[in-house]
Design a binder for this molecule. Structure first.
Ligand code: SIN
Length: 231
């Protein structure tokens, strides 16, 4: 993760900053504002029924080629609360027992957007009848294409099951991995100020947006950079 203070970014500058790192991703469920499909509004106030990122996840891990990274800018933050937690998935992998590392070798897991985005749509009153959301199978342990380090790549939000295992075994192992991968010792906690920017690598961290500031307002936007197929 990289964090920056005091960066009042307009929409064009935000998109330009993202494009230095690759093509921008368009969210499969939440359309950007008119003329800016690559912008994901991040907004919560007294009328909100949910917030983006309120469960541990890696952004849009249900895509065949999940995003490489995300750049979040907040211009309005609550007087207290609204922190974002990040958990290192390379640290989580490194801390697994040697036996568990061998067990996970070669296993894949299915990530689905269906239950995630339909829940959002029910809460915000958006009609998604007939819509098909992304679903993909990814290695449980992925190798980062740049650092070559191994990282866990499952999360409690999108990952539905481990492929090829009995449902009970899949559930037990997935529960263990989701709990393990978000342990406090792998975390960094970012405290926002107005005009802060957070830039994270979705290939090696999970994150969680804490909604502990209701009914206050927290507002900004995210651009997300396209990634490649996890290996
Ligand atoms: C997200 O991108 O998942 C939202 C993170 C946040 O609002 O802190």
């Amino acid at each position: 993760m990289l964090f920056f203070r005091d960066q009042p970014l307009d929409v064009e500058s935000h998109k330009r900053f993202g494009r230095y790192f690759g093509e921008l991703h368009i969210h499969p469920n939440t359309p950007g504002p008119e003329g800016h499909p690559e912008i994901l509004p991040i907004h919560a106030d007294a009328n909100s029924k949910r917030v983006s990122g309120e469960y541990w996840h890696s952004d849009v891990s249900c895509d065949e080629e999940p995003p490489l990274g995300s750049i979040l800018y907040l211009h309005t933050v609550p007087p207290c609360g609204g922190d974002t937690l990040f958990a290192s998935q390379t640290a989580a992998y490194d801390a697994l027992s040697p036996r568990m590392k061998v067990y996970l070798e070669g296993l894949t897991a299915t990530h689905s957007g269906d239950h995630v985005y339909r829940r959002t749509n029910v809460l915000v009153g958006r009609d998604d009848k007939g819509k098909v959301f992304p679903k993909a199978s990814h290695p449980i342990v992925r190798t980062h294409p740049v650092t070559k380090r191994k990282a866990l790549f499952v999360n409690g939000h999108f990952t539905t099951h481990i492929d090829g295992l009995a449902p009970e075994e899949s559930r037990a192992i997935l529960n263990y991995l989701c709990e393990h991968s978000t342990r406090e010792e792998f975390q960094v906690r970012f405290r926002w100020q107005p005009h802060s920017v957070a830039f994270w690598d979705n290939r090696s961290v999970q994150h969680l947006a804490i909604w502990d500031y209701y009914p206050q307002t927290r507002s900004g936007r995210r651009v997300t950079i396209k990634g490649d197929r996890p290996v």
